[in-house]
Design a protein around this ligand. Structure first.
Ligand SMILES: [Zn+2]
Length: 81
């Protein structure tokens, strides 16, 4: 079962702390309220595998790190820099 992160859309909750994790079967419909306090919640995209970027990365830095930089020009058109 995947683990989902939820946060309150509005207000605060002393029961769940305003943010909680829950394991749910994929087949279940999306949770739209906190099971503890019944306030509306939304799913938060888990950021487990997102590397922390401490400072803005420049194009040249990204290039030297081996990234290919694409600049979006038009609908679906990317230009390689
Ligand atoms: Zn709650």
């Amino acid at each position: 079962m995947p683990l989902y992160n939820y946060e309150l859309i509005d207000g605060e909750c002393k029961i769940c702390g305003g943010k909680f994790e829950l394991r749910r079967p994929v087949s279940r419909t999306a949770l739209d309220e906190c099971p503890l306090c019944r306030k509306p919640v939304r799913k938060v995209i888990a950021q487990i595998h997102t590397p922390k970027i401490l400072k803005p990365v420049s194009v040249s830095e990204a290039k030297s790190a081996g990234f290919k930089i694409y600049k979006r020009r038009d609908k679906g058109v990317y230009e390689q820099l």
